[in-house]
Design a protein around this ligand. Sequence first.
Ligand code: PMP
Length: 293
Amino acid sequence: MSDTQKIWLDGEIVDKSEAKISVFDHGLLYGDGIFEGIRMYSGRVFRLTEHIDRLFDSAKAILMKLPWTKEEVIQATVDTVKANSLTDGYIRLVITRGTGGLGLNPYLCETPSMFIIAANIQLYPEENYENGLELITCATRRPTPASLSPQVKSLNYLNNIMAKIECIQAGVMEGIMLNEQGLVAECTGDNVFILKRGVVYTPPIADGSLDGITRQVIFDLCESEGIVIKEKSMTRYDIYTADEAFLTGTAAEVIPFVKLDQREIGDGKPGAISQQLITAFRKLANSEGTPCV
Ligand code: PMP
């Protein structure tokens, strides 16, 4: 993105070079903040209300009082997209606790800061959608929801980053993260699905995954496409022996994976149901959303 990129920062649209926050902001000092990654297709923001609802739930869970209404945050998002003349892209909406002292106490922070970045994105090359990804299982575990709920989309992503480092070192782009019981939770930035004997399965969010917006889209699409989908706790064995497997995420969309820990899944090629869901997802994403142009 060029230097002409416009950022929404605390109520103003400013140039990228002017978009700065304090070194005393607890978002930076402690990862005390929340965010959303949102997509837009063909001039419309996809599932914007759902993202803003999740953002406000994250704020509530960490006792962060927001000085904006949901409508104001939606308007700010649309304004950012317009200021950058984008029709397709990725929107990163971040809210930090605000500036405070050097101690943890969030009550000493002034008002939260919000900034919104709208940019182009291509997470995976098209060939990965056609041929599927290879995954490993990461040694880094997803923390139990009893310590910090994975539903809070917080600025503290170190757990996922540790797992991502393992993936990069192994030469793959994503990895499965297990919870403390050894059950499949999710990937470092995506939800996990398998297909076995015609039924799509995904772990319940109680097993340690984010309640992904794209995950919910898959439930909707399975319903409209007449595909049976169920939540089921799973171990790596269930993935090794699946007929098909795919990941979902706002940035990744719906992407097949064909290998886990060197075991080929099914016949090692993206399966028919995965491809059907990718096509259905792309059609839906390009046909609904909050208009921005
Ligand atoms: N899990 C994690 C840890 C994530 O960060 C994300 C978002 N990138 C997802 C799952 C997918 O969620 P969504 O479909 O809402 O983007």
